[in-house]
Design a binder for this molecule. Structure first.
Ligand code: PRX
Length: 666
């Protein structure tokens, strides 16, 4: 397989499954590993509740839990009921109380080169003060707070302050458009929004406050907008300000009392909402709760990342706006008292070796990033990492999309110096924490395979009937037993039914993840991508429906169909097939319409959702019953030979489309 080939094409799947290379955990790693005895797999499987209860006991509980798992309202499992705890207390106070207050929580680095280290003392101080600010703004236990911020220290502090007073946060990734922010704020009836005057991305200012102002034109529940001054004097655009509603973070903080007691939260109290794309145009606000979520995160940090709080410098190079950042930049590392790197910007700014410079500067020991980034690093050249001392690294992680074997091998060889185990972690916004991943001191890895479910997780590959497939066969990935970090449902009216329908209706007793998977002849799991209408672009989930509905909203569009197509760098890219209205078609400037449509999608969803390929067509290929044949569009977008078109209403449409795509590519 060539470098950068994504894994979902037919050939690639065959190649994957004949992948014969295996890598035993290096002896030196095993000698220091948190877990090196494979007996723990059997131990956890024999009594999963006892297993997870042992992990839960690692947390500080204000009131001990009585029941480990209550699944009487399946699939709405409850974990550690009767117990009370506070997440910010677990992430901050308890480390400080043990004398670790001066340990660095985050080495923060701004994209513009600004650097600052924040200790656990510092972060606790920010959190307590901001908790008082929120209380002063009228935020109460159970309220929702929207967060639309760059990767600055105030972001984890704001999250922790919410949990300190029992409010739930709803973070919206800073790359989203104002309408996407408004939609999420309205779905959750958020009371307060926290943003910044801007942030840096590839040397440009991200206009977060401007986007927030636009969103707040249609969000009746927002009472206050708190604005962190990130850019200050450097701001290159006017800053809108609504008196009474808008308040500077630093001014509020200057007046805030320094101490705020952590509120006891029931184990099943809401910790946060995080919106993710499903198969409809409306994003789902997944609900994560307190005790089980934190338990699962802590367990996976120790098992999969082999976390060693006293000696590691850990860097998850994701954005806090996605679940990876929630779990593995904020809650996981802080719950363990780790020292992490928090980097604001892009990996290629000001130069393409920025990540390696950061690894060298802080002596990063654990690096967690996405295959899309790894493929970009490969493209940028081996000389960049070679120019830096990466010898501090001891473990490498991958997340968000299938990693192709060649990218895995490059990561292993060039970044890991052939001494670092690679943990390819499969999980989802819905699962809260790692589910399928190697145990780095135990598992013999294969490049491109996420290997096996972690101890305590019961995953299987099943056929349409829900029966496990034998080794060597493919099917759908399911989880058979409840796990502590699982989402507890979807927020809002009808959310209960929507949750049940989306994940638990194919087979009522199995969680259906939406991913295809195969077991190889040794029983290793290979993830093969989504089987539904969800695309995965650079590890980010976008539904085809979301992009379609943005397109058809535009006045010049009559019909649109969107599919994901293989992309060497981003895994998948978005391809849109659009039929324009007849009205105004005389003398229409297609290039201008194309540009307008791309811009429209960026404005409705965000720049990351802009189609890579946009094809105008007189008609879309449909079955005789009128269903758009997406698989065919995918073949066309990927330049594959088209099979039987017998069932089509109009086979000529297909030929025409192929010719148009070829012409666009030429
Ligand atoms: O298709 C799988 C893919 O990403 C989806 C989950 O996306 P999201 O909720 O945004 O969470 C991403 C970060 C956890 C999954 O359904 N996915 C995630 N990790 C992997 C993966 N596909 C293959 N291998 C992975 N390691």
């Amino acid at each position: 397989m060539s470098e950068g080939t994504a894994v979902t094409s037919g050939d690639a799947i065959e190649n994957l499954l004949s992948e014969a290379r295996t890598f035993a955990p290096p002896a030196e790693f095993v000698a220091q590993a948190n877990f090196s005895d494979e007996a723990i797999f059997a131990e956890a499987a024999a009594d999963p509740e006892a297993w997870w209860a042992r992990w839960a006991a690692r947390l500080d509980w204000m009131t001990p839990f009585e029941t480990v798992l209550d699944n009487s309202d399946a699939p709405f499992a409850k974990w550690f009921t009767g117990g009370e705890l506070n997440v910010s207390q677990n992430c901050l106070d308890r480390h400080v109380a043990k004398g670790h207050g001066s340990r660095v929580a985050y080495h923060w680095e701004g994209e513009d080169g600004e650097r600052r280290s924040y200790t656990y003392d510092d972060l606790l101080d920010l959190t307590e003060r901001f908790a008082n600010v929120l209380l002063g703004l009228g935020v109460q236990k159970g309220d929702r707070v929207a967060i639309f911020m760059p990767m600055i220290i105030e972001l984890p502090a704001a999250m922790l302050a919410c949990t300190r007073i029992g409010a739930a946060h709803s973070i919206v990734f800073g790359g989203f458009a104002s309408s996407a922010l408004a939609e999420r704020i309205n779905d959750a009836d958020c009371k307060v929004v926290i943003t910044a005057d801007g942030g840096w991305r590839r040397g440009k200012q991200v206009r977060l406050k401007e986007l927030t102002d636009e969103a707040l034109l249609s969000t009746p529940t927002i009472e206050h907008c708190v604005v962190v001054q990130r850019l200050g004097d450097q701001l290159d655009h006017p800053l809108g300000w609504v008196e009474g509603r808008d308040k500077w973070w630093h001014e509020l903080m200057a007046d805030a009392a320094p101490h705020a007691d952590p509120t006891p939260m029931a184990s099943e109290d809401l910790l946060y909402l995080l919106y993710t794309s499903g198969t409809t145009a409306k994003p789902k606000g997944l609900m994560h709760t307190t005790g089980g979520y934190l338990t699962g995160i802590v367990a996976s940090m120790e098992m999969v990342f082999d976390a060693k709080p006293l000696t590691d410098v850990y860097w998850c190079a994701a954005d806090i706006g996605w679940v990876t950042g929630h779990s593995y930049i904020v809650y996981g590392p802080l719950a363990l008292g780790m020292t992490s790197v928090l980097y604001e910007g892009a990996p290629d700014w000001p130069a393409q070796d920025r990540n390696w410079e950061i690894v060298e500067r802080y002596g990063v020991t654990i690096l967690y990033t996405a295959p899309t980034a790894i493929r970009a690093f490969i493209k940028w050249g081996d000389h960049l990492p070679a120019a830096h001392d990466l010898s501090s690294l001891r473990l490498l992680g991958s997340v968000g999309e299938p990693i192709n074997p060649e990218a895995w091998m490059w990561y292993h060889r060039v970044i890991g110096g052939e001494r670092c185990p690679i943990v390819d972690t499969w999980w989802q916004t819905e699962t809260g924490h790692h589910m399928i991943a190697p145990m780095p001191g135990i598992t013999h890895t294969k490049p491109g395979s996420a290997t096996h479910a972690i101890p305590g997780i019961d995953a299987a590959v099943v056929d349409e009937a829900g029966e496990p497939v034998p080794n060597g066969h493919g099917g759908l990935l399911v989880i058979r037993q409840p796990w502590p970090g699982m989402a507890r449902g979807i927020w809002g009216e009808g959310g209960r039914e929507r949750y049940q329908h989306t994940y638990w209706s194919k087979w009522p007793h199995l969680y259906f993840a939406g991913d295809g998977a195969k077991l190889d002849s040794d029983g290793y799991l290979w993830l093969l991508g989504r089987v539904d209408d969800v695309m995965n672009v650079s590890g980010h989930r976008i539904s085809t429906m979301e992009v379609e509905s943005a397109l058809v909203e535009h006045e010049s569009v009559a019909e649109a169909a969107v599919v994901g197509m293989l992309d060497e760098l981003t895994g998948e890219a978005i391809a849109a097939f659009v039929t324009l209205n007849d009205e105004g078609s005389d003398g229409r400037d297609e290039a201008a319409v194309r540009a307008a449509l791309l811009e429209h999608v960026a404005e409705r969803i965000g720049k990351f959702a802009r189609p890579r390929l946009l094809v105008f067509t007189q008609g879309l290929p449909k079955t005789r019953s009128g269903k758009i044949m997406r698989r065919l569009l995918k073949d066309i977008a990927e330049g594959r030979a088209i099979g039987d078109t017998q069932t089509l209403q109009d086979a000529a449409v297909v030929e025409q489309l192929q010719a148009t795509v070829n012409a666009l590519r030429a």
